[in-house]
Design a protein. Sequence first.
Length: 216
Amino acid sequence: MKVADSKTLARIYSSAEELFSHQGFHGVSLRQLTDQAGVNLGAINYHFGDKESLYRAVIKRQLQPINQMRLLRLKEAELAAGNAPVALVVIMEIYAKPLFNLCDENETGGQHAARLLGRCLAEPLPFTETLIAAEFHQVTARFAQAIRRHVPRLSPDDFLWRLNFVVGAMQHTLATMYRMTELTRGICPSHDHENALRRFIEFSVATFSAPAASRA
């Protein structure tokens, strides 16, 4: 790829992440994208084709390396644990930390990426269903297998509800972390990502470790 093309792509990605994270897919026009990126419409058409393809490319660009890292770290942890299950706190840290770390990367636009991913997962669009299934659901299913070893006595529906609650909490946190100070009237700082991660891991471990739900 030519240097000029590389710089153009970088500007498009950066502008798209910021605009989509703040305004959502439908709230952003191609004119806004081209104006902020300092490119013409032909550049977006040439590299992506249309706005839907650009949106998918932005999500995939962030999720793929994160998912590769998560899966690699989980595999390494399982090899180190041998026949024993990986500690639940370690599983949840591996699952969540790369996403929470995005919130710390302000200079590289990580906060926009974290907000966009949270928004994309919490508010899925029809044309992103296949992408999310490939880049998110399959990875979550892999971690669910590791978590399930800790709670074999939970019924399938009880386990899946708990998994759904935990995943939903993470998606919501990523989508709203940037305004936690406002939402909590100053009690929970928006920039305290390390503490947010610690509390999320504690919440997740407690959710899966709680006694089985009573049956009516």
